[in-house]
Design a protein around this ligand. Structure first.
Ligand code: GLA
Length: 365
């Protein structure tokens, strides 16, 4: 075989690279250090995604650089995945799971039982009447067995019940159709079915406003009852749709301690920090869309992110994952909520996927 000078030079380079990979590639690796690398000694860092995002090469590489866990933003919810009683739409969820398997990422399943994004057929019979408790629980069981069964050994954790606790002071559980038809049993049954369908999956109760002392007390009460009665709930998801001034450090720490006292694992499941101060509540005072990331707001947001990640690091023995709800400020569900058409900038990366001040506060510790 005759080698040209060029080929010899190329072969020498490849040989050198294989002998001295750290030296040759060290710089490149350093430049590509992503969130998940900074947090490798703490917890996995996840992001909520759509199947479409994963087929876009820029976003796909960006995700792989920063995250090592995925949640389907919508694809595994009851409405999208089980639109009719005898029809499942698996494609999007399958793609997300296949992508995760290919790239060795974790997948959190979200969510099996919720009052929103549930298809109407679940609650009604052919005549349009509400079904009995027996029928509804059977449908819930069939749904959970099908979805959890399909992704057994691929999805390591499930948000089994989402947002079942009421926001009202004098009411423990939300007055949803689940509750109206089944009473509180739908919660216990959902966990039982999920555990039967995949005994190894880590099962979560997931909710928002978990740092609000009033609501977290109700959530605590529900979870304590479940733990005392042997219902297989092993973890709590703090959704963490937060804002510039909420939660305070004190509230966040006391929340983590409270749930840890039930011997539950804790994950931050849907993190974003709204640049407005209204958190997850309807802000009725704002009518016209205002959408400015002022320097002051960006600074406050960076400080809030800095505080919350410091707390996560300090409490790492209880925290087994942190997941962001959406990838960058290019798109967030908060662009339309609670004020329709008002842009928000709640994430660590800007609309061009460039790290914001908040990002550097999160990774420089
Ligand atoms: C809740 C749900 C999420 C998502 C957000 C808004 O937090 O758990 O799945 O729908 O609302 O996007």
């Amino acid at each position: 075989m005759i080698l040209t000078y060029k080929a010899i030079a190329r072969n020498l380079f490849v040989l050198a690279a294989s002998l001295f990979p750290i030296y040759v590639f060290g710089q490149v690796h350093e430049n590509q250090r992503g969130l998940k690398d900074y947090y490798k000694d703490y917890f996995p860092i996840g992001v909520a995604v759509t199947a479409k995002q994963l087929s876009d090469s820029v976003q796909k590489n960006f995700i792989l650089n920063h995250f090592n866990s995925l949640t389907a933003e919508n694809a595994m919810k009851m409405g999208p995945i089980h639109p009719e009683e005898n029809l499942f739409f698996w494609k999007d969820a399958d793609e997300i799971v296949a992508f995760a398997q290919e790239h060795n990422l974790k997948v959190r399943g979200h969510t099996l039982c919720w009052h929103n994004q549930t298809p109407k057929w679940m609650f009604y019979d052919k005549l349009g009447n509400l079904v009995s408790k027996e029928v509804l629980l059977q449908r819930l069981k069939d749904h959970i067995y099908a979805v959890v069964g399909r992704y057994r050994n691929k999805v390591y954790a499930w948000d089994v019940v989402n947002e079942a606790v009421s926001d009202e002071h004098d009411q423990l559980l939300r007055n949803s159709l689940w509750y109206q038809i089944c009473g509180e049993d739908f919660i216990y049954k959902a966990f039982q079915y999920a555990h039967e369908a995949d005994p190894k999956a880590i099962l979560f109760y997931n909710d928002y406003n978990t740092e609000n002392p009033d609501k977290r007390q109700r959530i605590y009460k529900l979870l304590k009852k479940m733990r005392d009665n042997g219902v297989p709930v092993q973890a709590i998801g703090l959704q963490a749709h937060w804002s510039l001034d909420d939660p305070s450090q004190e509230r966040l720490e006391s929340t983590i301690k409270l749930f840890a006292s039930l011997d539950l694992k804790i994950q931050i499941t849907e993190l974003d920090v709204s640049i407005y101060t209204n958190g997850n509540q309807q802000d009725k005072t704002v009518s016209a869309p205002v959408s400015i990331l002022t320097a002051e707001r960006e600074q406050q947001q960076a400080e809030q992110y800095s505080m919350i990640f410091k707390v996560f690091r300090n409490y790492k023995k209880y925290i087994s994952g942190v997941t962001f709800w959406n990838l960058s400020d290019r798109y967030s569900w908060l662009d339309n909520f609670p004020v329709r058409g008002r842009k928000n900038y709640p994430l660590l990366f800007d609309t061009q996927l460039k790290p914001k001040k908040a990002y550097w506060n999160v990774v420089n510790f």
